[in-house]
Design a binder for this molecule. Structure first.
Ligand code: GDP
Ligand code: ZN
Length: 459
């Protein structure tokens, strides 16, 4: 599936940066650049060298930009094609001019993700690694970034390949035994071997899925809703969280209208403040949209911050809210502790059970540290440690792992029931296929197109 044309794009973020890089990939990457380059003959320089010179504007014959050009010849490049990177120094106008000239000279503007797609199609990286490139671009915190980096590194791919290999060998082994039965008990031996292998792989996948929830949170943010009666301090809490933890605003490409989301980084956990418009004012959540609709919003949250007033009795409305969030993940925040106590703390403790209860005075900036610890601890026991674990953070991967696990459970059940091995093999083969989809081995073209279309330009 080699692509034959040469693509180009600005591969650094658009905006005011000191340096911008225009990247080319494809068979004519070097010759197109060499034509415009005033300096060494780029078609003759060694691979993986950086060359100083000028890009000349063919229309005016003037210098368009002073540049450093990296020449990297196939196959030791990101795309496994010839790659040229032009480092420009002169701001967006001249960078755009360089891009324009390259397009006039026969390069084609790359589609979003096309560089990475070529890397994938040319076998340089697998699909889960390509998705990690995208995660890296979008990472909200350094923890999320380290998860993506590891996945890009091929950690997850390595595990998946090992499971597939194990399953494949078992299937092959069993097949040989069935075809050449030298002993009478071959069938039984094969059963035992299958049992052992399917259980092994099953347990490892289960382990991956157990930490997956954390990975998903690091990648996508913890969907967090702030609820409570009017005037308890919800807006104050929101503002405190946003001010203390630099808010990160991300644009999500790939939708017709780019969605803008707000994140705050709480001890490495990206908090996504959900439906801020609706939740900023409780009035909306409970009274205006009604309990049913608000239940829906709450269900879609990973974490609920439920604010109570220390200076007020527990009301019927508070009890209703407690009821609405029972069974969900929540933290009780007792605010306004600088005022005299009216709230019956014992009653709150009984209702909240084992949920954390944090006292704050937002006006005096008290209790916020404790609250942040409690938030981080809800999903990560203690500090977040991305050191040793392989996090599966991508919903697509999690889905496929679940399907693989289910197929293995089907196989295990058939083995328990002493079903014939060729029946068992069907489920083992399904497992093998589900795992293959993660790394793109058995992924369809339309899936691949859809995944790569979510990328940013220039990647
Ligand atoms: P919301 O309606 O739940 O969003 O509540 P707000 O955040 O708008 O706060 C309502 C009022 O309570 C404002 O006047 C805040 O300044 C005040 N407030 C918020 N937190 C505290 C607190 O810890 N102590 C006191 N005394 N007042 C607070
Ligand atoms: Zn408010």
């Amino acid at each position: 599936m080699m692509e034959t044309d040469t693509i180009t794009a600005i591969s650094t973020p658009i905006g005011e940066g000191a340096i911008a890089i225009v990247r080319l990939s494809g068979p004519d990457a070097v010759s197109i650049t060499a034509d415009l380059f005033d300096g060494k003959d780029l078609t003759k320089v060694d691979s993986h060298t950086i060359n100083y010179g000028k890009i000349m504007d063919p229309e005016t014959n003037e210098v368009a930009e002073e540049v450093m050009v990296s020449v990297m010849r196939a196959p030791k490049t990101f795309t496994r094609e010839d790659v040229v990177e032009i480092n420009c120094h002169g701001g967006m106008v001249s960078v755009n001019r360089v891009l324009e000239i390259l397009l006039q000279k026969g390069a084609r503007l790359a589609e979003p993700g096309e560089f990475t797609k070529r890397a994938f199609l040319n076998g340089r990286i697998d699909l889960s690694q390509a998705e990690a490139v995208m995660d890296l671009i979008r990472a909200k915190t350094d923890k999320a970034m380290s998860v993506a980096l590891k996945q890009m590194d091929g950690r997850l791919s390595g595990l998946i390949q090992k499971y597939r290999q194990d399953l494949l060998e078992t299937v092959a082994h069993v097949e040989v035994n069935i075809d050449y039965p030298e002993y009478d008990d071959v069938e039984e031996m094969s059963h035992e071997m299958m049992k052992k292998k399917t259980k092994e792989v099953h347990d490892e996948i289960e382990e991956l899925l157990q930490v997956a929830k954390q990975g998903k949170i690091l990648r996508e943010g913890l969907a967090t809703a702030i609820i409570g009666r009017p005037n308890v301090g919800k807006s104050s809490l929101m503002n405190t969280l946003v001010q203390e933890n630099k808010a990160i605003v991300t644009e999500i490409p790939g939708t017709t209208r780019d969605i803008i989301e707000e994140y705050v980084n709480v001890r490495g956990v990206p908090l996504r403040l959900v439906d801020t418009a609706g939740i900023r004012e409780t009035e909306d959540i409970v009274e205006k949209i009604g309990v049913n609709r608000s239940r829906q919003v709450l269900k879609e949250s990973d974490l609920i911050l439920f604010v109570l007033n220390y200076n007020d009795d527990l009301t019927e409305e508070d009890r209703k809210l407690f009821e609405a969030i029972s069974g969900l993940e929540y933290i009780v925040i007792i605010n306004k502790t600088d005022l005299p106590q009216k709230l019956n703390l014992e009653e709150v403790k009984v209702i909240a059970g084992d949920r954390p209860i944090i006292s704050t005075s937002l006006i005096e900036e008290k209790g916020v540290d404790e609250l942040e610890s409690a938030i981080a601890k809800t999903f990560f026991a203690g500090d977040i440690d991305t050191g040793d674990l392989t996090y599966v953070s991508n919903v697509r991967h999690i889905q496929l792992l679940k399907q693989a696990k289910q197929a293995l459970e089907d196989a295990m059940q058939s083995l328990e029931m002493n079903m014939p091995l060729d029946i068992v093999q069907i489920d083992v083969t399904r497992t093998w296929e589900f795992l293959g989809e993660i790394i793109g081995d058995t992924a369809s073209d339309s899936l691949i197109d859809q995944l790569f279309s979510q990328f940013c330009l220039g990647k």
